[in-house]
Ligand binder design. Structure first.
Ligand SMILES: [Zn+2]
Length: 252
């Protein structure tokens, strides 16, 4: 695949962004990898290399958390509860700036690292949640900072009101996306005038279904890799850095 980007396509993108009244941006997890954040489902490496003899898929289950909270939180310590070491990157910064100019309405992210919050991006939908937590009994909310403090003292986080175990708000694979949530998301996708996809989205059925709702004339794909929507998109750019630099020069 040629990495050359046509200047006329970039100009076209600029005009589309200027004209659109309702632009939605979708950030795949790859965008966090630019900041050095590992895949949150495999914080310790490859999918087929178990952590302390336990398969990653087993660790990422609600049952495992209930039975072995100490192990679950030890496993998640290095990435989920060590987010302060990661910084927002050029993509996040660009989106925050475009939002200030009212050029982006809504941002969807598949990452759990809260880098959008760090970049002060507004109206973010965290599809897979984030590592803040809530009490499994009384529902009290605990911020990321509070949970992280427990975890870094090698303690299991329990509720200070009722003493019950806290559950991280990261969405585990087995957790369904509620109908209500999905309806809201679908409405955003249907209503947008322009959808800009950064990176390759996950293959989760619900996510694919959102993109399939789009009139593909509205879809712009900016991804170094191939995505399932490349052939349907109005424009596909295969170099994130170059497009981000062009948009910075154009709008900031
Ligand atoms: Zn409680």
């Amino acid at each position: 695949m040629s990495l050359k980007i046509k200047y006329e396509d970039l100009e076209n993108l600029k005009i589309l962004i200027q004209k659109s009244k309702n632009t939605l941006v979708f950030l795949s997890e790859e965008i966090s990898h630019i900041s050095g954040v590992p895949n949150y489902k495999m914080p310790h490496g490859l999918v087929d290399s178990p952590w302390q003899g336990i398969d990653n898929s087993r660790l990422l289950s609600f049952d495992f958390l209930l039975v072995h909270p100490q192990i679950f939180y030890s496993w998640s310590k290095e990435v989920w509860y060590d987010l302060d070491k990661y910084k927002e990157n050029q993509v996040h910064k660009l989106i925050a700036e475009l939002q200030k100019e009212s050029l982006i309405t809504k941002v969807y992210t598949e990452s759990i690292d809260m880098l959008c919050q760090k970049a002060i991006i507004q109206d973010v939908v965290e599809i897979n949640g984030n590592p803040s937590a809530f009490c499994l009994k009384c529902g009290k909310y605990f911020s990321y900072d509070k949970v992280s403090k427990f975890v870094h003292q090698n303690e299991v986080p329990y509720c200070d009101m009722c003493g019950t175990l806290l559950k991280s708000q990261v969405r585990l694979d087995e957790q369904v996306i509620s109908k209500q949530e999905l309806l809201k998301w679908k409405s955003d996708f249907i209503r947008c005038n322009l959808c800009i996809l950064f990176g390759t989205p996950s293959s989760r059925d619900e996510i694919i279904s959102l993109f399939n709702l789009l009139d593909f004339e509205k879809l712009i794909v900016i991804s170094d890799k191939a995505t399932p929507f490349d052939s349907k998109s109005y424009l596909k750019f295969n170099n994130i850095d170059k497009v981000v630099s062009f948009l910075e020069d154009s709008f900031i």
